[in-house]
Design a protein around this ligand. Structure first.
Ligand SMILES: O=C(CO)[C@@H](O)[C@H](O)[C@H](O)[C@H](O)COP(=O)(O)O
Ligand SMILES: [Zn+2]
Length: 193
């Protein structure tokens, strides 16, 4: 019988090394959290979008803000632009898949909102266009990418580049950082109320 223990150990070791490297991102993570807190304080909202595993991360993080992360507190305005199959299919079919996030940003984003585009390659055309549309709407834009960053990281106001070129490791960092940002938001809300 094949043993998968080496494969498992390799994943665990790579994950641990990647998370270890994250500690140098502490000041950046604090800046990202502060931007989100300032946005919510001003009555604005947080929009998330991405493809595949990153679509799941977008939904996960929007749910943390709307419902709760660790604490019972007031509901916070946040949306994942990855969930409405009628919008995604109509826009994809009529205007092209690269427009599916930009179109929703044009419909929903207000100046002062935070738009978070999640793309490990940093190259997904629909995430790039979503971030560009958010900039045009005077949102504060954030990119979550892997190490290389790509066009998404270049065009965003702030970029978190996970310290790994591996898609899975970058996604794990995105969710970890997303959870830290939710905890910062709840720490702010608890202080205020
Ligand atoms: O979750 C995974 C791989 O771990 C995949 O579903 C992955 O998210 C998809 O291939 C995405 O389409 C990749 O897009 P991106 O992160 O490069 O923007
Ligand atoms: Zn995945």
């Amino acid at each position: 019988m094949t043993s998968y223990q080496n494969l498992i150990s390799a994943h665990l070791a790579e994950h641990l090394a990647t998370v270890q490297a994250l500690s140098s991102a502490t000041p950046l993570i604090e800046s990202l959290g502060q931007k989100i807190i300032d946005c919510l304080k001003a009555g604005n909202k947080v929009l998330f979008f991405g493809n595949g595993g990153s679509a799941a991360d977008a939904q996960h993080l929007a749910a943390e803000l709307v419902v709760r992360f660790r604490k019972n507190r007031r509901a916070l305005p946040s949306m994942a632009l990855t969930t409405d199959t009628s919008i995604l299919t109509a826009c994809g079919n009529d205007f092209g898949f690269e427009e599916v996030y930009a179109r929703q940003v044009e419909a929903l984003a207000q100046p002062g909102d935070v738009a978070i585009g999640i793309s490990t390659s940093g190259q997904s055309p629909n995430v790039i266009k979503g971030l560009q549309a958010a900039k045009a709407r005077q949102c504060f834009t954030i990119a979550f990418t892997a190490e290389a960053g790509g066009p998404c990281a270049e065009l965003a106001d702030l970029a978190f580049r996970a310290p790994s070129p591996v898609t899975a490791r970058a996604q794990e960092c995105h969710l970890l950082v997303g959870h830290i940002l939710c905890d910062m938001v709840e720490a702010w809300l608890t202080q205020e109320n």
